[in-house]
Write a protein that binds this ligand. Structure first.
Ligand code: AMP
Ligand code: MG
Length: 275
């Protein structure tokens, strides 16, 4: 399948001087902003291809895929999982959600709970939040002293490098929304009874520290985007464009692995199933 557009423009280059404020969450580079239905059609095609690639991943059973999703609240992590991964085989796909750490988790190092969830051979694992919370919310809310979280960028780089060296393909996605888009989405959760379950008054805390969170994201992305584990800044105000970009990134990355089905027995063409 040929690439519809250049996904590289969204990638944070290692050691790039990243300025999130100059990344427009509303933009749709490479696509006509009025062509929402065309984008949805393209996402359907990519989704079929992703299903095939995931079957291949599972059948071949040697590659491991880790997708990390991070965003501000209401940034679209759940919507991405629902739409982009629609139709993949649940046997080979897992979602790991990282909430506020439990007492037991807090009694260990911060990567302990994360390492347990990484993909095994043939698996695709989606992290809904991740170890990045340990340099995001932990940093902004002062949950540990600065000297502790400051060291974590290096730990994370090394941890991800180790996973990559051992055969894991890592894709990290920052769903970039604007503060006004977040307001609309949170307000919708209040206004629509069927969305009440999604509203968490605690989300207003991080919202009130928007700039500090953006700064924390900016530092984290700049310091941990590597060749082995690249970050992509996905313009996410328009959900259809977000889905398009992420589908492209996944399909192009998986195609790049050039996976093949395991070899069949040499005489398979002449075999028949006995009565
Ligand atoms: P949600 O994704 O809406 O279910 O919320 C999960 C909450 O857990 C968010 O407020 C996160 O910031 C919080 N969280 C996740 N990981 C950590 C962590 N390592 N330390 C503190 N809070 C965390
Ligand atoms: Mg929440």
């Amino acid at each position: 399948m040929s690439a519809a557009f250049d996904i590289d423009r969204f990638r944070v280059k290692p050691d790039q001087d990243l300025d999130l404020a100059t990344r427009d969450p509303q933009e749709t580079p490479g696509w006509d902003p009025d062509d929402k239905s065309g984008a949805k059609g393209r996402v359907d095609v990519l989704n079929d291809r992703l299903e095939e690639l995931q079957e291949l991943l599972w059948a071949q059973g040697t590659e491991r895929i880790l997708v990390v999703l991070q965003a501000m609240d209401a940034g679209g992590k759940d919507g991405t999982i629902k739409h982009v991964f629609d139709g993949v085989n649940p046997s080979g796909v897992k979602v790991a959600s990282f909430k506020k750490p439990s007492k037991e988790e807090l009694a260990h190092d911060y990567l302990w709970r994360v390492h347990q969830q990484v993909p095994a051979d043939g698996e695709l694992v989606i992290f809904n939040r991740s170890h990045y919370e340990d340099v995001l919310v932990v940093r902004v809310e002062n949950l540990v002293p600065p000297e502790r979280w400051q060291r974590r960028y290096d730990h994370i780089r090394n941890f991800e490098q180790m996973l990559a060296d051992e055969g894991t393909t890592i894709i990290k996605l920052f769903l970039h929304i604007s503060k006004s888009e977040q307001q609309e989405r949170l307000q919708e959760r209040l206004d629509r009874p069927e969305k009440h379950w999604k509203f968490d008054p605690a989300d207003l805390g991080p919202r009130s520290k928007w700039e500090q969170y953006q700064e924390a994201f900016q530092v984290a992305l700049a310091r941990t985007s590597t060749e082995a584990a690249p970050w992509y800044v996905v313009p996410a105000n328009r959900k259809w464009f977000r889905n398009l970009v992420i589908s492209e990134i996944l399909v192009q990355t998986l195609e790049g692995l050039e996976m093949t089905f395991p070899e069949a027995p040499a005489d398979i063409a002449t075999m028949t199933i006995p009565d």
